[in-house]
Design a protein around this ligand. Sequence first.
Ligand code: FAD
Length: 465
Amino acid sequence: MAARNFDVIVVGAGPGGYVAAIRAAQLGKNVAIVEREHLGGICLNWGCIPTKALLRSAEVFHLMHRAKEFGLKADGIGYDLDAVVARSRGVAKQLSGGIGHLMKKNKITVFMGAATLPARGKVSVKTDKGTEELTAPAIILATGARARELPGLEADGDLVWTYKHALQPKRMPKKLLVIGSGAIGIEFASFFNTLGAEVTVCEVMDRVLPVEDAEISAFAKKAFVKQGMKILEKTTVKKLDRKPGVGVTAHLEDAKGTTTAEFDTVISAVGIVGNVENLGLEALGVKIDRTHVVTDEYCRTGVEGLYAIGDIAGAPWLAHKASHEGVMVAELIAGLHPHAIKPNSIAGCTYCHPQVASVGLTEQKAKDAGYTVKVGRFPFIGNGKAIALGEAEGMIKTVFDAKTGELLGAHMVGAEVTELIQGYVVGRSLETTEEDLMNTVFPHPTLSEMMHEAVLDAYGRALHI
Ligand SMILES: Cc1cc2nc3c(=O)[nH]c(=O)nc-3n(C[C@H](O)[C@H](O)[C@H](O)COP(=O)(O)OP(=O)(O)OC[C@H]3O[C@@H](n4cnc5c(N)ncnc54)[C@H](O)[C@@H]3O)c2cc1C
């Protein structure tokens, strides 16, 4: 069969790939996208979206238990795990279907099959019906990532789960061990804890949510412990003894020595690895660092016409980073002059209870980078809207460069902070200073007023504390 020629071929239809394809099509390119499993990638099918659907069920369940506080009555509160999971799967399916419509609308040719890159400018796709050969002067790799498996802690889908198993649990864990307290681990810990599981979180670093500002980690930890979670920091899971049909004995090591603990379920959330294998990248001369493709700030791989975006191109492993890189690369290919992405201006959000969100440098990282800092803080308890919502647990912290007034970082824990953080992201991308933020009028009553107060506090001017 003769090769089919395109202007741009995108490999992988996650939030990196499908967004790159749409932007390239908008710019007049003839675009093909290749996907081996499901449109929408991990994000829509097994990541961002279905986890948020599960967490929403947990949030409503939690609020139902608090009905009395709001003058309401709710008796016989319970849940049906299968129905909770079915809702989450339904939301994922709806959104994945929506990507199919977007591909059609933008006249993007979709090939369902696994892609390899046999030579520069060429993509070979194994579909159900045979092999399709495609060519294009520009190829965008967006094959994403999968769960990291540590020796001895590998998932078996029964006693030890990855995020994929945890998203469609066959049973409600009674005693759950979550290994790893990054965003994925903590979100599942929060979900199962809220539904009543006895949850232990084990973190090898010195604190939970280790990439967050130390004060935010400490605040979140206190809240998790208050909700009944057990948090083990500076602790490594050395070994899991699996007894099918019974449970798991976990061998845990900390500075004091090794202990064992029994669980019926373990979720391994120890990071992710890029899908760099079986594509033919080595033969093309693509540089791979451990499990991700090495690129420059414009996602160029060093091989002419070949770009890598999203999770396969390394941290931060976030859907919005993948999509933004997709837009940037499509514009680059079309001859526009897009800005390179500044990693420090990409917000990270964790949708546990309470939520956590941040952008830019932590206080410690700012100090390590040589800045003299001014730090502001504001507690949720000082905000009228937070109290009216019954969500008085949380805080917002700002970090400024004392010399220039540049907003170096913002860190939040509490209700809806994953929605609030974007205000500071916009500020950072406009290179805002403390003065601009102080002169901005924030609507009342909103949680966002705390963002104003946390800026005022950095300069000794907070009004409501
Ligand atoms: C449980 C969980 C929760 C998460 N929550 C969030 C969140 O709240 N917010 C956030 O920003 N991020 C979140 N993430 C991370 C987010 O899902 C990823 O950062 C994002 O999906 C990366 O997008 P991508 O396009 O690079 O890759 P992916 O979404 O992984 O898509 C890659 C696609 O490429 C396909 N593919 C791979 N190899 C081939 C091949 N050879 N041929 C054809 N197709 C191929 C795959 O099938 C896949 O569909 C979460 C992740 C997990 C696991």
